[in-house]
Design a binder for this molecule. Structure first.
Ligand code: UGA
Length: 434
């Protein structure tokens, strides 16, 4: 089947690659000519493990094409997935101008039936708005459908999530749309054995917001518990383990730390709060989730302040700039909170990340970016861990201690065992552990 995917960010490119790999003919469209140019040269505009190899394989098999033209994409396929950005806009609401623009352009160009599928995370009722947009800009009375098919993939494991999803959710309003989407996903459903759930569009849109908000709530919950643990002399890891073995709770997303970041949770929770407000419900629980997330960063900052007393002229090695391991994405990463504050306080910063440094440098040019961990920590007064990269987990603690001026470690990801690190002579602070 021919499929067009509009938007070549994390969601669009991974989705398009997955569709091509299961046998469909895919055209990936993006109005950013630079990105399309890179893709044509088989260079990835984002980092995702194995993506480059899979794109190459499918391009060489003739199943993946790239274009900057929505019109070309509209001619190419009956089904168009919209995976463009929905960045935070006015007062925390998602900015849907890119979604609208795609709807308008497709409507103005299409000459026969088209199915527009929203894949980007969008507020409930975006499908309805998209329908109105298409109707408004259609030149003649051509049949079309709009559907919602929210994406649940995680950066860093995006391809695995795309091929082995926990579930596929489609929000549809006609049998024609449902049947097209069932056909597209049939190979994934067969291979993974996952369920394909059909519901109305509003329910599909809400499933996505509610899922991300629930996961963010789980993280903030355990982070709040970690604060109580610190006060009570308990260990949050043991508490989380004890909780997680209850199947009704589940052990995943109960890792206390520096708080959630990324392009999804902060934006989606915020958008859900605003959307609920608009609909007439004050989602106070989620407002609290946001506050706890912010407070977690401030709390860690206080630990730095407490330990160093005077931050000015201290050398701080920051390990990890990405919002989590396995990605070069720094959107809403904890590093974006700590680094400006530490700079303002007069610290000398050395920054290390195995892949996210170039993206961070676009926002903070001219800082001291290093590629070798030992070189980064040499002579440092404090090491601040913000991302649980394997390289950080594997660090030789004896060498680290010898390299630092004063062996102080603030671990925002609870990577090390407090007892053994302290036995090695470190002053060690982590999250929610005695
Ligand atoms: C998240 C969801 O997990 C995906 O299902 C969803 O499709 C995606 O958003 C999206 O909406 O597109 P992602 O943002 O890639 O995926 O990353 P996660 O693995 O969910 O992690 C988010 C943040 O939570 C990271 O900063 C991570 O470090 C933090 N986290 C996660 C914790 O602090 N503790 C945990 O136990 C788990």
């Amino acid at each position: 089947m021919n499929i067009t995917v509009v938007g070549t960010g994390y969601v669009g490119l991974v989705t398009g690659t997955c569709f091509a790999d299961i046998g469909h003919n895919v055209m990936c469209v993006d109005n950013d000519a630079r990105k399309i140019d890179m893709l044509r040269k088989l260079k990835m505009p984002i980092y995702e493990e194995d993506l480059e190899d899979l794109v190459r394989k499918n391009v060489e098999a003739g199943r993946m094409h790239f274009s900057t033209s929505i019109n070309e994409g509209t001619d190419f396929a009956e089904v168009l997935f919209i995976a463009v950005g929905t960045p935070p806009g006015y007062r925390g609401q998602a900015n849907l101008s890119y979604v609208e623009q795609v709807g308008r352009q497709v409507a103005e160009h299409m000459t026969s039936y088209r199915l527009l599928v929203e894949k980007s995370t969008v507020p409930v009722n975006t499908g309805e708005q998209l329908k109105r947009t298409v109707t408004k800009y259609l030149r003649e009375d051509i049949p079309f459908d709009v559907a919602s098919n929210p994406e649940f993939l995680r950066e860093g494991t995006a391809l695995k999530d795309a091929f082995q999803p926990d579930r596929i959710v489609i929000g549809v309003e006609s049998e024609r749309a449902a049947s097209l989407l069932r056909n597209i996903y049939e190979p994934v459903v067969k291979r993974s054995g996952c369920e394909l759930l059909e519901m109305n569009m509003a329910s599909a849109e809400l499933t996505k917001h509610a899922s991300n908000s629930f996961l963010a709530t789980k993280i903030s919950f355990i982070n709040a518990v970690s604060r109580v643990c610190e006060l009570a002399g308990a260990n949050v890891e043991q508490v989380a383990h004890g909780m997680g073995l209850d199947h009704r709770i589940g052990s995943r997303f109960l890792n206390a730390g520096v708080g959630y970041g990324g392009s999804c949770f902060p934006k989606d929770v915020d958008a859900f709060v605003h959307l609920s407000d608009q609909l007439g419900y004050n989602f106070q629980l989620l407002r609290e989730v946001q506050k706890i997330n912010q407070a977690q960063r401030e709390h860690l900052m206080q630990k730095i302040q407490h330990e160093l007393w005077v931050i000015e002229n201290k050398t701080i090695a920051v390990l990890g700039l990405a919002f989590k391991p396995g990605t070069d994405d720094v959107r809403e990463a904890p590093s974006l909170y700590f680094i400006p504050q530490l700079l303002e306080a007069g610290a000398h910063l050395r920054l290390w990340d195995p892949i996210a440094s170039p993206k961070f440098e676009e926002i903070h040019p001219g800082l001291d970016y290093r590629t070798d961990i030992m070189d980064t920590v040499q002579g440092a007064d404090l090491v601040l861990i913000l991302t649980d990269w394997p390289e950080v987990r594997d660090i030789d603690l004896d060498k680290l201690k010898d390299a630092m001026r004063t062996p102080v470690m603030i671990d925002g990801r609870n990577i090390f065992d407090p007892k053994s690190v302290r036995e090695k002579g470190f002053t060690y602070y982590s999250v929610g552990r005695p």
